[in-house]
Design a protein around this ligand. Structure first.
Ligand code: SF4
Length: 280
């Protein structure tokens, strides 16, 4: 049987995944491993961290060292990994609920510190794993299990939040923008600092079904309403599934990185050139 060229990155014995047919999470995983392969990074220097949720299952299918954290705690765990061994490339892959509701406090401080990690946030508009409850990203008016008459709240604009908090690389794509997504992931993997990429992937099973949108219609709508505006102020990067989704790389700037500052301080105080806490 012929093998997919990137099978080396997968725990094939754990396949098939538990994701529903038509779910976009697999597309994000594929873009991630294509980017890692293209960036020619040492797989032994990559650590994947996730929280709880459908997206949080991704590291279980990938052949890297990984942590599956408790709900909302992917960022603190990733911070610990990075601070302990700054030579590692840390990638957090989790959902909008995990990162911005239960873990919302952590992500803004990681962005503020500009700690070197890449956060991939799959925004499916609901809590998918637990049955499709309303999330902080659910569009206003959308029906969910817990808002059967329509959501009254305004959703977060994730790219605006992280950019305001201090993230030095911020992008948004959807699951129909695979080449652009792969390119942004590769760029983020090669840079040093807090990088955030939102991937819009409406949950077919809960969000789309509750709002009478078929999985095909959801993809067609993404195609119809998406526009690319690289360099746009993230506060103006609208995400309205009904009318306009602005995609692109919005922030790409340099600022002192947190682990570099910490290790410089250790060197200054101890006189030792400590490269990581493990070997110190
Ligand atoms: Fe994907 Fe939704 Fe199924 Fe979760 S519940 S795997 S987000 S389609």
């Amino acid at each position: 049987m012929s093998k997919w060229p990137l099978d080396a990155y997968l725990r094939v014995e754990r396949l098939p995944t538990l994701w529903c047919p038509g779910c976009g999470i697999g597309i994000v995983v594929k873009a991630l491993i294509m980017a890692i392969d293209s960036a020619k990074l040492d797989p032994d220097k990559i650590v994947l961290v996730s929280g709880i949720g459908c997206t949080g299952r991704a590291p279980g299918y990938l052949k890297f060292d990984s942590f599956h954290a408790t709900h909302g705690r992917a960022i603190p765990l990733a911070t610990g990994v990075k601070l302990t061994n700054p030579e590692l490339k840390v990638v957090v892959i989790s959902g909008d609920g995990d990162l911005f509701s239960i873990g919302g406090n952590h992500i803004i401080h990681a962005a503020r510190r500009n700690i070197d990690m890449l956060v991939l946030c799959v925004n499916n508009f609901v809590y998918g794993l637990t049955g499709g409850q309303v999330a902080p990203t659910t569009p206003t008016g959308a029906k969910t299990k817990t808002t059967p008459l329509g959501n009254l709240e305004q959703p977060f604009n994730l790219v605006s939040i992280v950019a305001t908090a201090g993230a030095t690389f911020v992008a948004r794509w959807t699951v129909i923008h695979v080449p652009q997504l792969k390119k942004s992931i590769e760029k983020a993997l090669k840079r040093r600092g807090f990088s955030f990429i939102e991937i819009v992937a409406p949950c077919p099973t809960h969000f789309c079904r509750a709002n009478n949108i078929s999985p095909i219609e959801a993809l067609e709508r993404l195609q119809k309403v998406s526009e690319i505006k690289n360099g746009l102020d993230p506060r103006e990067a609208t995400l309205d599934f009904g009318s306009k989704i602005v995609c692109g790389e919005f922030v790409d700037e340099e600022r002192e990185e947190y682990t570099t500052l910490i290790y410089s301080l250790i060197k200054e105080r101890s006189g030792k050139d400590v490269r990581n806490v493990v070997s110190a």
